[in-house]
Design a binder for this molecule. Structure first.
Ligand SMILES: NC(=O)c1ccc[n+]([C@@H]2O[C@H](COP(=O)([O-])OP(=O)(O)OC[C@H]3O[C@@H](n4cnc5c(N)ncnc54)[C@H](OP(=O)(O)O)[C@@H]3O)[C@@H](O)[C@H]2O)c1
Length: 235
């Protein structure tokens, strides 16, 4: 049975990805922070195929212990992330550092943790989540957009390093989706955002779910180092 680690599994996109992978027969280790209760129904429905682990990555996490708790995985989907809105000349260093820790350092560290076993097995799938915000100049998003841009460079470098070991590294860059972080955005701002989207609608989260399944497939072994934009046609 293929074993997948999903960070941010209690989030709007993470939970749908986890559910789809469970339905497809994967063993899924789901990481969450404050909202473990959101995982309850999946843990109940798939008792032999799932595990939920609470971890706050802003605490001093012992990664070796976490690795033991997670066990072996052949794929990592880094859905965890936080948004941040503050104008660049006002953002505090502590906020900047927190956003970089959660959006960049933790996804990298989680991937790094499991690479040695993937290399031994000559198989692995690593997915990062960037954002449309990393590609556009959205006012008030300096820390978020910079941290998400860094993932694009990281994807390219790691994919080159790991391709000889049968490990693909890709990034999904969602546009404005109908689940998850969008719940923090006011209706007025959503309608302003939609003016910039050719499809004039929020994206259905199932678009992301399908892309994840595709990228995880054993047959998708020549698709690496890419950022897949799922954004309703924003260029
Ligand atoms: N939804 C969108 O429209 C959209 C657009 C562009 C990019 N993205 C990216 O796609 C990914 C998933 O987004 P989403 O909308 O599903 O986000 P979300 O609903 O806000 O979920 C965020 C996830 O990160 C976890 N998390 C936050 N702080 C954490 C911490 N300190 N330690 C451990 N886990 C922590 C949360 O755990 P708890 O809930 O348990 O606290 C939650 O599972 C993110 O990387 C996001 O930047 C999303």
């Amino acid at each position: 049975m293929r074993r997948v680690l999903v960070s941010g599994a209690s989030g709007g996109l993470g939970i749908e990805i986890a559910e789809s992978l469970l339905n497809d027969g994967f063993y899924v280790v789901m990481l969450c922070n404050k909202n473990k209760s959101r995982l309850d129904s999946l843990l109940k429905r798939f008792p032999d195929q799932s595990r939920g682990i609470e971890v706050n990555f802003l605490d001093d996490v012992n990664y070796d212990t976490l690795k033991q708790e997670v066990g072996e995985v052949d794929s990592i989907i880094n859905c965890l992330g936080i948004s941040s809105s503050q104008i660049s000349w006002k953002i505090e260093k502590s906020q900047w550092d927190k956003v970089f820790d959660l959006n960049l350092n933790v996804p990298f560290r989680l991937a790094q943790l499991f690479i040695p076993e993937m290399r031994k097995k000559k198989f692995g799938r690593i997915l990062f989540f960037s954002s449309i915000v990393a590609q556009k100049g959205v006012v008030g998003t300096s820390a978020y957009s910079a941290s998400k841009s860094a993932l694009l460079g990281l994807t390219k470098t790691m994919s080159s390093e790991l391709a000889p070991s049968g490990i693909t590294v890709n990034c999904i860059s969602p546009g404005y989706m109908d689940k998850g972080m969008i719940s923090e955005v006011s209706d007025d701002f959503i309608s302003t955002i939609l003016d910039t989207v050719p499809s004039k609608s929020l994206g259905k989260s199932q678009n992301i779910v399908h892309a994840v399944s595709f990228l995880l497939d054993e047959k998708a072994d020549y698709l690496t180092g890419q950022s897949i934009n799922i954004n309703g046609g924003v260029i």
